[in-house]
Write a protein that binds this ligand. Structure first.
Ligand code: DAH
Length: 373
């Protein structure tokens, strides 16, 4: 029996001595504990866990030991490396948590600070209000229709049953673009209302037709507190079998309630328009005082001037002559139409006292409306 080969005792190999392994382990642990941040920890990791670290080099020495010595040395080095790995992972978790907590504090945003961005401006109330009206009608199945602002005189007047000598064609109302002999030749005008879109819609489509037509219109008025030469209207047209004035009234009542609140009534007053027969002026009950200001000087109402009613616009059953001009059989179909001014409606809805505020585009006017989308 040969004596144990002492020269291969791992305790005798310098790098594998227990106290050496212990020292390497302790140095690694001390270095990790001393690492103040993740960067320092990364360097300590390279020094104590990398390929050229003392423990990695000691591990390599094991290969040269005889089989019987390998187990003991392997266990010693393996345990030391395991302890080093765990210490590293624990310190890393600690430093990461510290970093996250610090970042949360450092990068916190004080949402109460005053902001100094360039203001984004605001959409004009005319645009947003037109869209609201469109929404009311598209929700009922109506389609949005548009027409040109530079319009043939035929669409603007003739097809709508304006007689050649109707005073509305005269120069003081209409901007003539070409053909300035009203009544004698058909010229080109800046449309004076959105009603020509009725005719265009009927020529473009087969009944049943349900369209809502918002748009800009022009008249030769001076700009002052209550007039503007460029303004906006919304036109409504429904063509179907069996439509009556009751359908017209119910439809407008729905619009009024959607825009101004529940429970408001409407009323019709006889009027004349060449393109509707019968024609009427449509009023809505004042949505502010609901009539309470009428004959009650104690409680005057600015919105309706204590009249209890607000005039909305013109309406009526489409004149059969207009249906014929637009190629629709008046024996089979009937229809109703309604048109109103958007500026006027905005003025009483928001107590805007001067029409010019609406035209000038000053952001101080539009900004309070900016959130209405
Ligand atoms: N187009 C008319 C105007 O500008 C308003 C109007 C009246 C429109 C009666 C209509 C209507 O659709 O039926 O004054």
């Amino acid at each position: 029996m040969s004596a144990p080969n002492k020269s291969y005792d791992p305790v005798e190999v310098e790098a594998l001595k227990p106290e050496e392994i212990e020292r390497m382990r302790n140095e690694a642990l001390a270095a990790f504990a001393a690492a103040a941040d993740l960067e320092a920890l990364r360097e300590a990791k390279a020094a104590h866990m990398g390929d050229r670290s003392p423990l990695a080099l000691a591990n390599r020495e094991i290969g040269a030991l005889p089989p019987q010595a390998k187990a003991e040395a392997g266990k010693r080095v393996g345990m030391a490396r395991g302890a080093v790995n765990k210490a590293f992972a624990a310190r890393q978790a600690e430093l990461e948590a510290e970093r996250d907590a610090r970042v949360l504090v450092e990068e916190a945003v004080d949402v109460t600070l005053p902001y100094d961005r360039v203001p984004a401006g605001a959409r004009h109330p005319l645009t947003t209000f037109c869209e609201r009206v469109e929404d009311v009608f598209t929700a009922m199945g109506y389609e949005v229709a548009e027409g040109p602002e530079v319009e043939a005189e035929w669409f603007n007047f003739d097809a709508l049953n304006f007689e050649p000598d109707h005073p509305a064609r005269a120069m003081q109302d209409t901007f003539f673009v070409a053909g300035d002999k009203p009544g004698r030749e058909t010229g080109v005008v800046l449309r004076t209302h959105t009603s020509p879109v009725q005719v265009r819609s009927m020529l473009d489509r087969e009944p049943p037709i349900y369209v809502v037509c918002p748009g800009r219109v022009y008249r030769t008025d001076e700009l002052d507190a209550t007039h503007t030469p460029v303004f906006h209207q919304v036109e409504l047209l429904a063509i179907d079998e069996g439509l009556t004035m009751a359908d017209l009234k119910g439809t407008i009542e729905h619009m009024v309630r959607s825009l101004f609140g529940e429970g408001l009534t409407t009323r019709l007053r006889p009027n004349y328009f060449p393109f509707t027969e019968p024609s009427a002026e449509l009023d809505m009950q004042c949505y502010v005082c609901r009539g309470a200001s009428v004959g009650n000087p104690e409680q005057p109402c600015r919105t309706c001037s204590s009249e209890g009613w607000i005039e909305l616009g013109g309406c009526g059953m489409v004149n059969p002559r207009v249906l014929v001009a637009a190629g629709i059989d008046p024996e089979k179909y009937s229809g109703f139409a309604f048109g109103f001014g958007i500026e006027r409606m905005l003025m009483f809805r928001h107590n805007v006292e001067d029409m010019r505020d609406m035209v000038e585009g000053d952001v101080r006017f539009t900004r309070p409306f900016g959130m209405e989308i």
